[in-house]
Design a protein around this ligand. Structure first.
Ligand SMILES: O=C(O)CCC(=O)C(=O)O
Length: 254
């Protein structure tokens, strides 16, 4: 599943690439089933702190039919759960990541974005890297695996191709893009409409967002964030639990 030279060039230019149908039906079903169980709040190996409720549900402004459908996201699953970890280590996913980041790879973090029907909220324009990814250089790529069909109506990802080449930009600029997006003045915005089983790969510095889910269908996406094992870790010493998933760890590096 290594990428072609053309696909790598495309990623370097845009900072985002979709690989259609990377996961088969059975793999998607396995992840959905596990997500359902974990999101029920009954899985004792996943702490409540890893499950984040939608802010408006938490404030009592909106109601959800079930606890699972009140969740905004679930984090750090692959570090505690064998099914999510197996996905994070799937060779065909790592082949794509290796084409972009080289042979030595670590999983830094993961997040299952639940975007539940009716209550799933907007995620404003942001870059991932400044939000808690402490590495230098910023060699991070996320695989976002669609667990449901992801459409304009249920809040698919939206990206601004090429913005990863700006480096880290300050929050005021994120907010300026956010304002333009909300005013409908962002024609360069690319909608990542994908079938369940397709995966998008995005650079840790690309500007991206997603709309609220106003539909009555789920829009779950499992994001696994990979870094090159040849990056330096620059964060708090006790916060680095990045997991080697391919190749070798390099002494003195993350
Ligand atoms: O799934 C979403 O709505 C947001 C995802 C995101 O921001 C990410 O994968 O970095």
């Amino acid at each position: 599943m290594k990428l072609s030279e053309q696909q790598v060039k495309q990623f370097q230019k845009d900072g985002v690439l979709i690989v259609e149908d990377l996961l088969d039906e059975a793999e998607v079903q396995t992840l959905r089933k596990r997500a359902e169980w974990v999101a029920s709040g009954q899985a004792s190996h996943i702490s409540r702190g890893q499950l984040q409720v939608e802010p408006r549900v938490a404030k009592g402004e909106l109601g959800a039919d079930t606890y699972a459908d009140s969740l905004r996201k679930m984090s750090h699953l692959a570090f505690h759960d064998e099914v999510f970890q197996a996905h994070a280590r799937t060779p065909k996913v790592l082949d794509v990541i290796e084409s972009l980041l080289g042979p030595d790879l670590k999983l830094y973090q993961d997040q299952l974005f639940m975007k539940p029907p009716k209550v799933g909220s907007r995620q404003g324009y942001h870059q991932d890297m400044p939000l808690g990814f402490y590495i230098d250089p910023p060699d991070m790529v996320t695989c976002w695996a669609a667990l449901d069909d992801s459409t304009e109506e249920n809040g698919c990802l939206r990206m601004l191709p090429g913005t990863h080449r700006f480096g880290v930009i300050d929050r005021a600029e994120w907010e300026a893009y956010e304002k333009k997006a909300l005013d409908g003045r962002l024609p360069e915005e690319r909608l990542l409409v994908m079938k369940a089983g397709s995966c998008s790969f995005h650079h840790g510095l690309i500007l991206h967002c997603s709309q609220p889910n106003l539909s009555d269908r789920r829009r779950r996406g499992y994001a696994t964030h990979y870094v090159s094992a040849r990056c330096r870790y620059t964060g708090p010493p006790d916060k680095n639990d990045a997991m080697l998933v391919r190749g070798q760890a390099i002494p003195g590096y993350i």
